[in-house]
Design a binder for this molecule. Structure first.
Ligand code: SAH
Length: 215
């Protein structure tokens, strides 16, 4: 049985191997314990590079993908960030150490509730969790310096693109659900958008509407 320190060292090693070289991203991922965001039955796998099931049939993303997406956002401590797809809250927690404020939108009330509790427990007070259909973005707080979408859509939603500042970056998996999708980086210019492929990924789909679970 390996001890926790060993597991965490291996965790950082696998992140570096996956191409995460930004020291600020690595130290944020060292500080935020993934175990806090996975259900106890999966806690043994918390430091494995694998997605894991969370409530509502959703998943916490693979840590190397979380690192790659975070690194691609080129966060600045003054940034106002929008995340679509709170899920467990793990990605939002990492963003919160690297940005000024993180608005994170989730369509399942149970997941919003669970993530809110975890953020409070970890004293991450610059995250604002919101129950809404993130496909519309968050017009009342726009524009954003950075937008990260952690659910796949066929095309980047126009409303999200419109809520990005000029010079802002959006990271989003595009493609059909149940298929291999492309993780892309979009930079908003004054006269259009630059698109760049990062790598292939597999995310749960972006789904319209909200769900209010009983609990
Ligand atoms: N970022 C998460 C993993 C995301 S899984 C983490 O770190 O754990 C994708 C999440 O997107 C799921 O929780 C799903 O419910 C949510 N989602 C899907 N469509 C959505 C939409 N239209 N608006 C908001 N959230 C959405």
């Amino acid at each position: 049985m390996k001890n926790n320190a060993n597991l965490k060292m291996q965790f950082l090693f696998l992140l570096r191997k996956a191409g995460i070289v930004d020291s600020q991203v690595l130290s944020a991922m060292e500080r935020i314990d993934r175990k806090e965001f996975v259900k106890s039955i999966f806690s043994e796998k918390a430091y494995d590079d694998t997605p894991l099931p969370i409530a509502c049939g959703q998943t916490i993303s693979q840590p190397s993908i979380v690192g790659i997406m975070t690194q691609a956002l080129k966060l600045n401590s003054r940034d106002k960030v929008l995340e679509i797809g709170t899920g467990s809250g793990y990605q939002a927690a990492i963003l919160s150490l690297l940005a000024r404020r993180v608005y994170t939108v989730e369509r399942h009330s149970l997941l919003v509730n669970n993530a809110t509790k975890t953020f409070q427990k970890l004293d991450l007070s610059n995250i604002i969790p919101i129950l809404a259909d993130g496909g519309h973005g968050l017009p009342q707080q726009a524009p954003f310096d950075k937008i990260i979408v952690t659910a796949a859509s066929e095309d980047p939603p126009a409303s999200l693109l419109s809520q990005l500042k000029i010079g802002g970056i959006m990271i989003i998996p595009v493609g059909q659900s149940d298929h291999i999708q492309n993780l892309i980086k979009i930079v908003k210019k004054s006269d259009g958008y630059d698109y760049q492929d990062i790598q292939t990924v597999r995310f749960v789909p972006l789904v319209a509407g909200t769900e209010k679970e009983q609990y």
